[in-house]
Structures are given as C-alpha cells and as structure tokens.
Design a protein around this ligand. Structure first.
Ligand SMILES: CC(C)(COP(=O)(O)OP(=O)(O)OC[C@H]1O[C@@H](n2cnc3c(N)ncnc32)[C@H](O)[C@@H]1OP(=O)(O)O)[C@@H](O)C(=O)NCCC(=O)NCCS
Length: 429
C-alpha cells in the first residue's frame, strides 16, 4: 500500500492500461472504482491532479521526487508503462498552439491536456476516411442523416485543420492499440459545451476512422458482420442521445462508453448488449453468499439495455442471454465468466411497487437475482433516462403519459428516492 506520507491525489500516465475512467474515490490508500475496489500502489504527482489506477494484480510503487514520479518497482506493467515525467518530455507545446489557431475555442482543461499527453507519443495513426467511403461508414454506424451531412461537410474542410487531423489520427491510433485488450481506454475529453462544430464532430470522425479496423478485427475473431455492424451502430444511438440531451448534433457524451465497443469488449446480441468485465467486491461477495463461487476480479458479462429500441420482452431477453452464452464461448474461449451482471435503474426494487406485474421491466427483474442497490440516491440518473432531464425540482411539469413516468414522480412524492440496483444470473452454456 502507498506510504502514508505520500500525496493522496495526483496523476500518473499509464499507457496501455486500464486507467482514469473508472475512478471515483481515493480513500485510505485504495482507489475505489465503479467496479469495486481497485487495489493500487502507484505514486502520484503532488499537483492534486487526476489520479490513475491499475487493477489488482498489476502494481507499481514508487515515490515522488522533484515533482515527478520515480518508480521503485514496475511490477508486471511491462514496457507499456510511462511515468508522467516521461510523457511530459514528449509534450509538444507547438502542436497545442497549432490546435488553438485552428480551433479558437480550443479547450485548455485538464482532461484535454491529459489526452494530448497521451497521444503525444503516438505515431501517425490510421489514415482518415474521406468522401464517399466515409459516408458509407457513417451510414453503417447509423449516424442520423442530418449528422452525416454535417460530419461530411466538416471533413471536407479538414485540409484547413492539419493539427486537428493529426490529433484525429493519433487518437484513433491510441484507441486502436486497446483493441482486443481487456483494459479500459484512457478517459477522453468529451469537448462537451464547445460551440465549435469541428470539436462536436471530432469523435464521430475518429470512430468512423476506426470502424474498418475494428470490423476487420471482429472478422479475425470469427465474429459475423451483422453482429459487428449492430454493435458499432451504437455510435448513431449515442448521437441521437447527444441531440436529445444538448440540442445539437455531434458526439460530446459517452465517448468512453463507445470505446468499450470499439476496443472489442462489448457486443450487441439480439436486443441486449454484453460487455466483458469483472466482478466488483460487493457483487462478488453477494454472489458468493448464495453458494456460487465468486471472487472480486472474476470475469463476468455486464448486461446493458440499449435505448431507442422499443419494448424489451422477457423472451427477447432470454434469446439474447442464450446468444451471449454461445457467442462468448465461441469467440472468446479464454473468457471464463460464469455470471452475467446488470447494474441499472431497471433493477430498482421500488419499480414493482408502481408498475404492473406484467410490465417488461418487472419481468426483467425476475430474470435476475437482485443483490443490492447503490448507497446514494440517484434520482437524477433515472430522470435523465425517462424524461431526458436531470432536474427533479419541477415534478408538476413532467409528462405523466405512461405508468413508468408516473412511477418516477410518485415515488418521490411518496418520500422515497431511486437508487437503481444490481443483479446477476448464471451464463447459460
Ligand atoms: C428498458 C425499456 C426498453 C423498457 O420499456 P418497456 O419494454 O416498454 O417496459 P415496460 O413494459 O415495463 O413499460 C411499462 C410502462 O412504462 C412505459 N415506459 C417504458 N420505458 C419508458 C421510457 N423510457 N419513458 C417513458 N415511458 C416508458 C411503457 O410504455 C409502459 O407504459 P404503460 O404501462 O403506461 O403502457 C425502455 O424503458 C427503454 O428503452 N429505456 C431506455 C434504455 C435504458 O434506460 N436502458 C438501461 C440503461 S442502464
């Protein structure tokens, strides 16, 4: 564990490893993540900057020296690990000034700077897709038509943006290095809040550039083109979500979520999506308490329910579960997961109080053993899913057309909150 005298918060650049995106809290020498506790022993920069984590088992330790990081022991990190000082040496300030000339509102926030540091050592990356080839890719990714038009118009003017183009290539290059790796891609700047169209569509173009490479990798794993296409088509769904949330086109949310698909960790199989992940501490102990062997870090499939896809009947879900069992056994035989988990608002234990027993959501709950809920109330997330707003102050102003909408509001009026829930079920062989 880290020495108590070392700074509690800081930043470390980890290249090619799970880092940044799953962090929630640094407490008592342990970084807790959304997936449970990630035990790390990494020394961090003293600037109070963002912290990184390494999943249990991959540990490095060291000490702060001269404002940099000196590693005493690289553990099993291998050559892919770079200290922040090593990365800083490659930081190209001229490049940043070029970006700022091309995009006058270029963000200088910490996350964007971190991303520039991460991409700085990257070679050229894949060639950008252009013209009609790009149009076809955007269509395959189910990008809404008005966004295809906007993205192609921006791409057509990219000659005026050589630095942005270089970053586009480097970004795709870094993300493609995560393809097939059981690591989380670095936390990426979303450019949320920008009014610059080039930045609004930046990640759309990066993912489009990656698409042929990811599809080819899928084919190498024997994954059919239909599964590949439907999986990556979540890009268009997220763009629809983007417009619903912010009122403008492009992609300035859920970039790290899409990285899960584009790095080969998540697949849409029938109605549902399945992500190769591992068990967090609480879920593992609750599964174990039911008599099934389960430990933190054990592989598991996380179940996700895509939106804008109509109702989901229990038979749709069972069909997806069966598909997932055979799909992962066939294409990822090294993935030895035995359980599926679902962490969602759909598993909140108060929903059956308000919804009809025959509702699909209540039926979905019956497909899982629901173990626990989050400690903290999460009304905003549920309201965002149902009403497209995180504001819970004006209950009277919300639509009440469906039983779910009424449930959302009535639960709060009854003096309760929403927490979501976590459940599991065995993977069918
Ligand atoms: C999950 C989902 C498919 C369930 O829809 P469903 O199959 O219609 O579910 P139910 O049968 O239980 O619906 C019960 C009622 O709630 C309504 N309802 C369901 N989802 C709704 C939503 N997102 N907004 C408003 N009303 C909704 C239904 O129309 C039905 O209304 P009624 O009883 O007045 O006729 C749907 O909510 C959805 O697409 N959500 C977005 C995706 C999502 O949130 N995924 C989980 C991410 S963690």
């Amino acid at each position: 564990m880290p020495d108590g005298s070392l700074p509690r918060l800081g930043w470390v650049a980890l290249d090619g490893l799970k880092f940044l995106s799953r962090i929630s809290l640094w407490r008592d020498g342990v970084l807790t993540s959304r997936e449970g506790n990630a035990h790390v022993d990494v020394v961090l920069l003293p600037q109070g900057r963002r912290s990184g984590w390494i999943p249990g088992g991959s540990c490095a330790s060291g000490s702060v020296a001269d404002g940099g990081v000196e590693l005493r022991d690289r553990g099993d990190l291998g050559d892919g690990f770079r200290t922040s000082r090593e990365v800083s040496d490659t930081f190209d300030h001229v490049f940043v000034e070029s970006l700022a000339r091309e995009v006058p509102s270029w963000p200088r926030d910490e996350l964007t700077t971190e991303w520039l540091l991460t991409t700085a050592g990257e070679g050229q990356g894949p060639e950008p897709q252009r013209g009609q080839v790009l149009r076809g890719i955007l269509e395959d990714l189910t990008v809404p038509h008005r966004d295809i038009d906007a993205a192609l118009r921006i791409d057509a003017r990219m000659d005026r943006h050589p630095a942005v183009t270089a970053l586009r290539q480097r970004s795709a290059g870094v993300l493609l290095r995560h393809l097939g790796q059981s690591t989380t891609a670095p936390l990426l700047p979303t450019f949320n809040g920008t009014d610059d169209p080039v930045l609004r569509y930046f990640w759309v173009l990066v993912f489009a550039d990656m698409q042929p490479h990811v599809s080819a990798w899928h084919a190498e794993q024997g994954i059919g083109s239909e599964v590949s296409r439907r999986t990556l088509a979540d890009l268009g769904r997220q763009m629809t979500h983007n417009r619903r949330r912010f009122g403008y086109g492009g992609l300035t949310l859920n970039i790290d979520w899409l990285c899960t698909h584009f790095q080969g960790q998540l697949y849409q199989l029938g109605r549902l999506q399945f992500e190769m992940t591992d068990l967090g501490r609480t879920t593992a102990s609750e599964i174990a308490s039911s008599g099934r062997p389960a430990a933190v870090g054990d592989p598991a499939l996380a179940v996700h329910v895509p939106d804008y896809s109509g109702p989901f009947t229990p038979s749709d879900c069972r069909a997806s579960f069966a598909l997932a069992g055979s799909f992962f056994a066939q294409h990822f035989p090294h993935f030895m997961g035995e359980v599926m988990t679902c962490h969602s608002w759909l598993l909140d234990r108060r929903l059956p109080i308000y919804l009809a027993p025959e509702s699909n959501i209540v039926a979905f709950q019956r497909l899982f053993t629901i173990t626990h809920r989050e400690q903290t109330e999460d009304d905003a997330t549920l309201f965002d899913s149902i009403f497209g707003t995180r504001d819970i102050s004006d209950l009277d102003g919300l639509p009440q057309a469906t039983s779910l909408q009424r449930a959302m509001v009535n639960n709060l009026r009854d003096g309760h909150h929403w927490y979501g829930g976590v459940g599991w079920r065995p993977i069918e062989a």
